[in-house]
Design a protein around this ligand. Structure first.
Ligand SMILES: *Cc1c(COP(=O)(O)O)cnc(C)c1O
Length: 480
């Protein structure tokens, strides 16, 4: 299968090419040239499979004909072998016909492990096959960095540099990152905000020379491989609840629109998805675009669900491409308008389609806290604030008759102990693996909010440089 850019001005790539490039050369995001279709009997055939086997069947058509396909089965087995629940992504019922899908049983206790553990291994194997190194850089407000470092630590072919805003991530989040002492892991605590970190990462990617010298690649959800791995749990959970014979609805705590876009993809692939509910905290640009047709990201508001404190949802561009009938010139003009004026307006046809696919609810801080408390009192189940935003949105959405509602539970309550204790008076129990990890020594480099200083640090520490001295040009083929 080939992967095309949403902006239509970069060459189509193989799966391996899109995996290693992350972002297309024209600034667009990769999508498969067509969605593979699953017939009802193929969906029914997922019932009872191990999670890794089910994920293999879902992901396989996207890798058909690609060198990465030979790695897929082993990679999935290894990746999901790091999970601390034999079902990997189990369902738990919290109300009549309402379930939470626990996506937090991975090594860093957030749903990002489900994709990151797979993507890191696929990348490493692809690079080893080519005999080259690559450099991952990323900015994090907490969860992405922890999941990425955990997945990439110790890999032979990749160095990882993660920037976090100094003093602005939680203690647990910082320690999850800085206690990785492998030589290929580099934590940078930046004197600045998360936006400053992201700005520096963007600037580094924008420097073509540096990008090529270091074979830079990205691991946030602009990388299609992450979305792909996330499609699997929509299928496995739906099948557990009766798909393909009955439709299932999903509510998804949303920030960058990556996770819920995977739900859209599952629907395109033939899963009977009755509804996709976007759950946001006070950062409600997606709720507003549904209501008015105008997409206008505003200033970010800090909330108790920090991994969703995002206004500019990067994966929304993928949906735009689909809403526009895959017309990349339309995507280019909307993105240009956004860049110039800070907003764009969907046309009538696009708005109607958007509202046919999704509904959306923005949940305030008080409601989030009350939801955590209420659920603990009614069911004894503790949920983290991101999951609580999802549960509250599903309640606002209301009953769907016989259609089950699955709320994605994106983080373990022990990852956000202060918020859970404030709401319930109970301190969530810390899993043993987290406790052991947090007691270890930390390693981190402090840098000023300055692109040149960060670039120099990366150039001095990336191993791709050692290699290129002896074998110039033997870097990852990320140029197309
Ligand atoms: C990243 C994250 C989200 C948001 O996911 P997107 O794919 O960015 O929409 C929600 N909850 C938690 C705990 C996360 O880490």
């Amino acid at each position: 299968m080939r992967f095309v850019s949403t902006r239509g001005e970069a060459p189509a790539l193989s799966f391996e090419g899109a995996l290693l490039a992350a972002l297309a050369r024209d600034g667009g995001l990769f999508l498969p040239e067509a969605w593979p279709k699953f017939q009802p009997d193929a969906i029914a055939g997922l019932a009872g499979l191990d999670y890794a086997d089910a994920a293999y069947r879902i992901m396989r058509p996207f890798l058909e004909g690609d060198p990465c396909l030979a790695d897929l089965e082993t990679v999935l087995e290894e990746a999901y072998g790091t999970f601390h629940h034999p079902a990997v992504a189990p369902l738990r019922q919290i109300a009549p016909n309402v379930f939470i899908l626990e996506l937090f049983h991975g090594p860093t206790l957030a749903f990002k492990d489900l994709a990151m553990q797979v993507v890191a291994r696929l990348m490493n194997r692809a690079l080893l096959r080519k005999g080259v190194h690559a450099t991952v850089i990323g900015a994090t407000s907490g969860d992405t960095g922890a999941a990425a470092i955990e997945a990439f630590r110790g890999l032979e072919a990749i160095d990882i540099f993660i920037l976090h805003p100094k003093g602005r991530v939680s203690d647990v989040q910082r320690r999850q990152m800085t206690t990785a002492t492998e030589r290929n892991v580099h934590n940078i605590a930046l004197e600045g905000t998360f936006d400053d970190c992201q700005g520096i990462v963007k600037a580094l990617f924008g420097d073509g020379g540096l990008r090529d010298r270091l074979a830079l690649t990205g691991i946030n959800s602009i990388n299609f491989a992450r979305i792909l791995a996330q499609i699997a749990y929509y299928f496995t959970s739906a099948v557990s609840l009766g798909a393909p014979y009955r439709p299932i609805a999903f509510t998804v705590p949303t920030g960058n629109f990556g996770d819920i876009f995977a739900g859209y993809a599952a629907r395109e692939m033939g899963l009977p998805v009755a509804r996709l509910v976007i759950a946001t905290n006070l950062n409600d640009s997606l709720v507003r675009v549904l209501a008015s047709g105008v997409y206008e990201p505003k200033g970010v508001i800090a909330t108790s669900s920090p991994s969703m404190d995002i206004q500019l949802a990067s994966n929304f561009e993928r949906l735009l491409f689909e809403l526009a009938g895959r017309d990349s010139s339309r995507v280019r003009s909307l993105m240009e308008e956004l860049r110039k004026t800070g907003a764009f307006r969907l046309n009538e046809a696009e708005s109607v389609q958007l509202r046919g696919l999704f509904t959306a609810h923005s949940i305030g801080e008080h409601e989030t806290e009350m939801t955590i408390r209420g659920l603990a009192e009614e069911t004894g189940v503790l949920v983290d604030p991101h999951t609580a935003v999802g549960v509250a949105a599903a309640r606002e959405e209301g009953g769907l008759g016989p259609t089950p509602m699955v709320v994605l539970s994106t983080a373990h309550p022990a990852k956000f102990p202060e918020a859970v204790e404030r709401a319930t008076g109970r301190v969530p129990e810390q899993p043993e693996r987290l406790r052991l990890r947090l007691g270890q020594n930390e390693r981190c480099t402090f840098l000023p909010n300055d692109v040149a200083a960060v670039a120099a640090f990366i150039e001095n520490n990336a191993r791709v440089r050692d290699k290129s001295a002896g074998a110039r040009g033997r870097r990852a083929g990320v140029s197309a």
